[in-house]
Write a protein that binds this ligand. Structure first.
Ligand SMILES: [Zn+2]
Length: 101
């Protein structure tokens, strides 16, 4: 829930100026309302996306330890444009995880 609030505020730095633009550029109340509704939906989608994406990585990473208590071992790194994926495996129970950042 904390992550969601942080994401909401973070995305808000972009969403709030857009919201102000939508309200000031709308000619009619319908346009103003529609414009702000669209921006609010995008804002929420991004905030949920950021918070949820962050949670998944943190949950998988589990502070650097597998559920069996063994430290993750780095198996490989792949890079696609600006996103990095790191592959970790547990040397004890062979669980594998992917961490995106
Ligand atoms: Zn394990």
């Amino acid at each position: 829930m904390n992550n969601f609030l942080i994401s909401l505020i973070g995305v808000g730095f972009f969403a709030i100026p857009c919201l102000i633009l939508a309200i000031s550029f709308g000619d009619t109340w319908k346009e103003k309302l529609f414009g702000s509704a669209v921006i609010c939906v995008i804002w929420l989608t991004f905030a949920v996306g950021c918070a949820f994406g962050h949670d998944i990585n943190a949950e998988k990473w589990n502070g650097g330890y597998c559920k069996c208590g063994t430290h993750w071992e780095l198996k490989g790194v792949s890079q696609y444009r600006s996103s990095h994926t790191k592959y970790y495996a547990c040397p004890n129970c062979y669980t594998e995880i992917e961490i995106n950042n």
